[in-house]
Design a binder for this molecule. Sequence first.
Ligand SMILES: Nc1ncnc2c1ncn2[C@@H]1O[C@H](COP(=O)(O)OP(=O)(O)OP(=O)(O)O)[C@@H](O)[C@H]1O
Ligand SMILES: [Mg+2]
Length: 339
Amino acid sequence: MMDTNGAAISARGLTKRFGAFAAVDAVTFEVRRGELFGVLGPNGAGKTTLTRMLTTLITPTVGEATVAGADVTRQPERVRERIGVIPQALTSDLDLTGWENVDIYGEFYGIHRRIRHQRARELLRLVGLSERAGDLVATYSGGMRRRLEIARGLIHSPEVLFLDEPTIGLDPQSRRAVWDLLEAIRGQTGLTISLTTHYMDEAEALCDRIAIVDGGKIIALGSPAELKTMVKGSDRIELEVTGESDRAVALLKQQPYALAVARDGSGQIAVTVDDGARVMPRLIATLDEAGVSVASIRLERMSLEDVFIQFTGRRLREETSRKPGFFSMSMGMPRPPGR
Ligand SMILES: Nc1ncnc2c1ncn2[C@@H]1O[C@H](COP(=O)(O)OP(=O)(O)OP(=O)(O)O)[C@@H](O)[C@H]1O
Ligand SMILES: [Mg+2]
C-alpha cells in the first residue's frame, strides 16, 4: 500500500497505454479531502482515461492510485462503494422519471428504502428538480439531466465525486446552474470533487487547484492564482493618452515594472507587467507627474489560456473562435488510430 497521507485521491506514475500509445503518461498527483480539483486539458489530453482509471472502469497499465483510501487495482469494489461517478455522456434513463432514476441507483447500493427516499427528496431539491421529479427524463433538457445525474451520483453519500466534463454541451444558463450546484455541494462534510473540463473559465471559477494536462501528462498543477504566477509578465495594461503618445511610450519604457511596451496602429499602448493591479496606479502616477493625461486605461488579467500557451506553445482550444455546436467541438479533433 502506498502512503496516501489521508489524501482523497493519490496517483503515482499512473499510466494507461493503448498499444504503444500512452493516453495517460506517468501521472503523479494528490487531491486533498474536501478539495474541488480540476483536470483541465484539450480534447484527447487523457482526461477521460485518467478518470476511468481512478473510477476503476479500466485498469492502469503501470503505476498505482488510491481513491478514498482504497487501491484502484487491488480494492476496486471498495473504491466503487466510496465514489460517485458522473461520466462525460448523459446516462440518466430516459424511460424513467427523475425520481426513479435516483431511487433505483440508491437501491443498487443497497440503501434502506426509507433513508433512500429521504435522501432522494433532499437531493432532488438541492438540484432544483423537486417539481419535475415525477416527469419522465425524456422530457428534461440537457441541463436538467445533468443536474439529475449529479443528484443520482450523490445518493449513496460518496466520499469522492468524479465528474467528467460536467457542462459539455450545455447552454450558458445551464452551465451556470451546474456551477452553482457544484459550489453548493462542495464543502459538504467529507466530500471531495474531481472534475475534468476543457473550459478554462469553468476550471478557474470552480477549482481550488487545477492540473493542466496535455498529451497524457500533467504540465502544470496549482491553484488558479499559482498557475498564473508561473507565467511572468502576462498581465497587460492597455491605455490611451491624449496627444504625446511618443513621450508616454518613452517614459513607460524607462519604468522598471514595464517588461515590455508596445503601441499599435491606433495609438493604443500596451504595457506588459507582472502584477497589474499593483502597477496600474504607479503607472498612472508616472504619466501624471510628466503631464501626460490618460484618456482610458484597462487591465487585462492573465488567463489560464496564457499558462497553457506558455507550457505547450499552443492554445488550449484552437476552435474557440469558430463557435460550432458542442458535438463538433468535442468530437471533431483528430485522434490517433486504434480508437
Ligand atoms: N480505448 C481506447 N483505445 C485506443 N485509444 C484510446 C482509447 N481511449 C482513449 N484513447 C485515446 O487516448 C487519448 C486520450 O483520450 P481521452 O478520451 O482520455 O481524452 P479526453 O481528454 O477525455 O478528451 P475529450 O476532451 O475529447 O473528452 C486520445 O488520443 C484517445 O484517442
Ligand atoms: Mg473526455
